[in-house]
Design a protein around this ligand. Structure first.
Ligand SMILES: Cc1ncc(COP(=O)(O)O)c(C=O)c1O
Ligand SMILES: [Zn+2]
Length: 417
């Protein structure tokens, strides 16, 4: 355990628990827990060059700000994951009249989704506790990340996914040797079943919103974006970190956005960036629970069955909604809804104009950029980062819907000039 980690604080009642005593949500009120560190001590004693001069280009370069660092990492995907590319999309900048659009491309992580960051951190924690079985409820990507990163270790992954999970996601889980249960019900039903199984069998639960270490893995994307922007953005900063104006993130449970936000927030606490970016969350119009809470101005979420094709953000009720809403509200951000058609169209746009192939949930970030620009939530002078969260190869059926059909030919006579 990192000695700077003070404990896990409840998002409702603010009680701080030792991770040795409480592993999941608050025993009093079920609030999501958040790891808190001794920031006063860190800001006095941790110099940014400790990180920026570290030759390790993996998430573990941020070890002083992580709850746990695994041992026995060498030569596994777990050791090298992170530092996904951050690159500009000039065609999108021109089309939308935005000063800078950067894509943080987590489709390039080992299991082709952002969820590798979270699964790695939970596995590191499992190793610290000498746990042998990790279980997760997932819409597919978190499970694939867990299965892939457990491979070659002595950890067993047990997976609960809704039966609507796209085939490619299922294949990407099964191939790594995880035990997979398809739940006849929704993602939220899978969450409940995984929780019950963990209680019954003593498995360690990685499910989003349940396990506070997922956010700790996800915040590394915020660290990387700020560091890569300082390196590539042609603007010198003393610390070697720099914040953009806006970060756009697809939202299902809300754990990615709360994680990326936390990365920037910690850099701000340490004085390594001067200000926070505005966070824009993009939800599926057919999974409206989060958007309704945003509109109501409250932190109350209704359970509303999701109907969207965007499996990654298909949540009936967000499991980490409170922290996500706070990330958005506290930075002057916004929530934008994306219809299924808009996400399919966005898949095509990102593929044809930026060369990146993403799944519908991920494409929602681009819908947020277009609609946010139109609504003037994003100005022409803004520097914007889209967090790309999952590869299009994970949902081939949606990709073919977005892309159209090939042309069948037999001879040259069938081929157009
Ligand atoms: C591709 C993709 N994008 C976005 C998300 C949303 O993340 P969160 O549920 O933490 O909001 C997910 C979650 O599964 C995902 O798989
Ligand atoms: Zn509490």
């Amino acid at each position: 355990m990192n000695p700077s980690l003070i404990g896990l604080r409840c998002s409702f009642c603010n009680t701080v628990y030792s991770p040795e005593k409480v592993a999941y949500t608050c025993p009093e009120d079920n609030g999501n827990l958040d790891a808190v560190y001794d920031y006063a001590h860190l800001s006095r004693h941790l110099d940014s060059t400790t990180v920026t001069r570290n030759p390790d280009r993996s998430i573990w370069r941020y070890a002083p700000l992580l709850p746990v660092v695994p041992h026995a990492l060498s030569h596994t995907p777990l050791a090298s994951l992170g530092w996904s590319p951050l690159y500009r999309a000039p065609a999108l900048e021109q089309a939308l009249h935005v000063r800078a659009v950067w894509l943080k491309d987590d489709t390039r992580l080992p299991s082709s989704s952002f969820k590798d960051r979270a699964s790695a951190m939970v596995i590191a924690r499992a190793m610290e506790m000498s746990v042998k079985t990790i279980c997760v409820a997932s819409t597919g990507n978190a499970a694939a990340a867990l299965a892939a990163l457990c491979a070659g270790t002595d950890l067993q992954a047990v997976i609960f996914v809704p039966e609507s999970t796209p085939e490619a996601k299922l294949a990407g889980i099964l191939i790594h040797g995880a035990r997979v249960y398809t739940v006849r019900g929704s993602y939220n039903d899978a969450v409940a079943l995984a929780d019950a199984a963990c209680r019954a069998f003593g498995w360690y639960n990685r499910s989003t919103g349940m396990n506070p270490y997922t956010r700790e893995g996800k915040k590394t994307a915020g660290f990387e974006i700020a560091e890569q922007l300082a390196l590539q953005g042609l603007v010198w900063t003393d610390s070697g970190f720099r914040a953009p104006d806006v970060v756009i993130v697809p939202v299902g449970d809300g754990n990615i956005i709360s994680g990326v936000h936390k990365g920037f927030w910690e850099l701000h606490m340490l004085g390594w960036i001067e200000r926070m970016p505005r966070f824009i969350g993009v939800t599926a119009a057919l999974a409206p629970s989060f958007y309704r809470a945003w509109q109501s101005g409250s932190e109350h979420f209704e359970t509303i069955p999701s109907q969207t094709i965007a499996s990654g953000i298909s949540s009936d009720r967000p499991c980490d909604g409170v922290m996500a809403l706070r990330a958005i509200r506290s930075t002057g951000g916004a929530v934008i809804e994306a219809t299924d058609e808009e996400m399919l169209d966005a898949m095509r746009k990102l593929a044809t104009q930026a060369g990146v192939f993403v799944e519908p949930a991920c494409a929602a970030a681009y819908v947020g950029l277009v609609k946010g620009r139109r609504a003037n939530l994003i100005g022409s002078d803004d520097e914007v980062v889209l967090q790309l969260t999952g590869s299009g190869f994970k949902d081939v059926r949606s990709a073919l819907r977005a892309a159209g059909n090939p042309i069948s030919v037999e001879s040259l006579a069938d081929v157009q000039r």
